[in-house]
Write a protein that binds this ligand. Structure first.
Ligand code: ADP
Length: 666
């Protein structure tokens, strides 16, 4: 069993002893692990001394991770170099404890794989499987597929050795299921090679042959010479079992050539022995001897006892067939001696192994303890994860709520803005409405005020007609009727004016300027108000001569002139004088209406022209007023681009002046 296992693991290991550069993403820990099973090794003593120094260094620096790495390295040197498995186990367990405390999961995977090797080496396959299962569980969280399949290949090996062929096959088939993902032909070839072995054991030679050929093709595709030689050798053995000696020979020869190129002395011994055995079976004893001699040389060179034994056995048998009994006996003798030596060695080894096993299994309880710790920590991690998930959920919910609040706030802010805007619009409209209302009030006051003036002159005419009909001549009545007609027309014009003004207030009127003679307007108003003046024996003079052309809205200017003359009459006593003058000043035409009436104090003057002050006093003949005439005047003058002002002295009279743009103005 021991030899079988060794051969088996040898096969497996050799398949992995290939250049790894082609796989750029390969786990460095996996590369490290596999490097220990490569053919050529540095002298183990030197390597151990170097690692012991490194261990001291790591301990002195208290670098736990480095310490674990060195401990594992030493363990591997004992496992593969000194073959002191007890020591190896000791170091692995120390490494495992550190890795466990630092939660170095990816490192632990390989420690468990190494421990599994210790167990399989001492024949404790159950423990070996257990360790590999541990490695699988830890690696599952790391999701490293290449490591996963490497563990599976190792696990398959352990199961195959125990005769658990189906379980082993399942492991290898799982490796193959990952072949596209891992894209590593060597690992795939290893699984196929192992499957072919199982098939051979079960006597399914045809299937085994096909599987071996697939493995061979894969090895060739990546120029894996060692793998190719192994496959060729096994195919040769398979053909021998199938009794196809020609093909068996051809494959063994091909394998030999590759092994020679690789200078693989063990392999060469194996191939020559296989070829020799084939010739022996074919009863070609001379050729058998020639090959077996070469096998013996190579086997002795590398001290390969099993190959040497095989060479002795076949050489003895061949010489016997050739009739050279002396040589036959000599080789038989050597065979028996070696066999005995090997048996002793094996017994000794087994004894040692039993001791080892006892020691190692003692240590196993430590692994169990570590495992419990790991499980406990995993449980803690799971609880932590749950808590974390809960916190995530909480944070998520908070974020959602916050987002909702923010959204609602934004919506509210937007609606507030809309409301504010609506409010502003409403306010604006309110103001406009207030303004309109004020304008409306003003309008009604103005109508009542300005209608009164002309109506007064109308009543004067009608009074004259009514009370003096008999004393008036027909001509005089005609003249009065004419004046009456003129007054009515003027009143009509005034009404029109007022309506126009009201429209100006609502923004509907255009103060469209026209060129007209301001002096003519003065004259017209003097004529219109003459009768009114005459009643108070006031003289209305116009000092303006000729045409004074201006550019303004005629109707509104006419209203201003009429208002000012009207006021002058109103606030001048009997026998007074009113004079209208025109002049040019700063490129404008200025009209001044001067009276020698009651005049005004400076306080009263300050109140004029302003709607908010609205000053009004009764006239000299007790005439009532509203205090709006001058406000209207100011508005019309300013609308025409002019200015209005007053100079006055109490008891001496007043001068109301306003400016109008001249003809050429725009
Ligand atoms: P009303 O004449 O209807 O009162 P006005 O706006 O025309 O309204 O005039 C306002 C006031 O200004 C008058 O009530 C009066 O006190 C004063 N006023 C206007 N014109 C004269 C004037 N020529 N002489 C003295 N005071 C005047």
């Amino acid at each position: 069993m021991y030899q079988g296992l060794k051969f088996f693991l040898g096969v497996y290991v050799l398949l992995l002893t290939v250049p790894l550069a082609a796989q750029p993403a390969k786990d460095p820990d996996l590369v490290w692990y596999e490097s220990f099973f490569q053919g050529k090794k540095a002298p183990v003593d030197k390597a151990l001394a170097k690692q012991q120094a490194a261990l001291k260094n790591a301990v002195s620096k208290n670098d736990k991770a480095a310490e674990a790495a060195v401990l594992k390295e030493i363990g591997m040197l004992h496992l593969t170099g000194t073959e002191n498995r007890e020591q190896a186990m000791d170091y692995f367990i120390r490494a495992l404890a550190i890795e466990d405390s630092l939660a170095l999961n990816s490192k632990q995977v390989f420690t468990y794989m190494a421990i599994a090797r210790v167990f399989s080496d001492i024949g404790d396959y159950n423990k070996s499987e257990e360790s590999l299962e541990n490695a699988l569980v830890i690696n599952r969280t790391l999701r490293n597929t290449l490591v996963h399949v490497t563990i599976l290949n190792q696990l398959g090996q352990v199961r195959a050795v125990q005769g658990e062929r189906e379980a082993a096959l399942r492991n290898y088939e799982e490796v193959l299921a990952f072949k596209d993902e891992i894209n590593d032909p060597r690992t795939e070839a290893a699984a196929l090679f192992n499957i072919a072995h199982l098939q051979t054991q079960e006597g399914n030679y045809d299937e085994a042959l096909a599987t071996h050929k697939r493995a061979l093709a894969l090895s060739r595709s990546v120029r894996d010479k060692a793998g190719e030689a192994l496959s060729l050798n096994d195919i040769g053995e398979l053909y021998r079992l199938m009794k196809n000696n020609d093909k068996a020979l051809a494959n063994h020869v091909a394998s030999l050539e590759v092994r020679q190129a690789l200078k693989d002395r063990k392999g060469i011994a194996d191939s020559y022995n296989n070829i020799g055995a084939l010739y022996y079976q074919q009863k070609n004893y001379a050729r058998a001897v020639a090959n077996l001699q070469l096998a013996l040389d190579a086997a002795r060179e590398v001290q390969d006892q099993s190959q040497t034994l095989k060479s002795y056995e076949y050489l003895s048998a061949s010489f016997k067939e050739l009739g050279d009994y002396k040589k036959a006996w000599e080789f038989k003798d050597q065979q028996q001696l070696l066999q005995e030596f090997m048996n002793n060695d094996k017994n000794e080894h087994q004894l040692l192994e039993t001791q080892n096993r006892y020691e190692i299994e003692k240590k196993e309880s430590q692994i169990g303890h570590l495992q419990t710790l790991r499980l406990q920590r995993e449980k803690e991690l799971r609880t932590q994860k749950k808590l974390q998930n809960f916190l995530f959920l909480l944070v998520g919910l908070t974020v959602v709520v916050a987002a909702l609040v923010l959204y609602l706030y934004l919506v509210k802010r937007r609606s507030n803005k809309i409301l504010e805007a609506a409010h502003a619009t409403v306010n604006e409209q309110n103001l406009k409405l207030q303004e309109l209302n004020a304008t409306k009030d003003k309008f009604f006051s103005i109508i009542s005020h300005d209608l009164k003036g002309p109506l007064n002159s109308l009543t004067s005419f009608s009074g004259l007609l009514l009370h003096h009909t008999d004393s008036l001549s027909k001509e005089e009545i005609q003249m009065l009727a004419k004046d009456l007609d003129k007054s009515v027309k003027n009143l009509f014009a005034l009404l029109e004016n007022l309506l126009e003004w009201s429209r100006s207030q609502t923004g509907n009127i255009e103060f469209k300027p026209e060129v007209f003679d301001l002096n003519a307007v003065v004259e017209e108003n003097r004529a219109l108000l003459k009768a009114q003046a005459q009643q108070k024996k006031i003289t209305l003079n116009n000092a303006g001569e000729g045409a004074w052309m201006v550019r303004a809205h005629k109707n509104s200017i006419n209203t201003v002139v009429r208002n000012l003359i009207s006021n002058a009459i109103k606030f001048t006593g009997e026998g007074g004088q009113i004079t209208t003058r025109l002049r040019r000043q700063n490129g404008r035409v200025i009209i001044a209406i001067a009276d020698n009436g009651v005049g005004m104090s400076p306080e009263v003057m300050k109140k004029l022209f302003r709607i908010e002050a609205k000053h009004s006093t009764k006239g000299t003949a007790d005439e009532k007023g509203t205090g709006l005439g001058l406000i209207l005047c100011r508005e019309f003058v300013e609308k025409n681009g002019g200015q209005i002002w007053v100079e006055s002295e109490e008891g001496r009279g007043s001068v109301f002046s306003f400016s109008v743009p001249p003809e050429g103005a725009f």
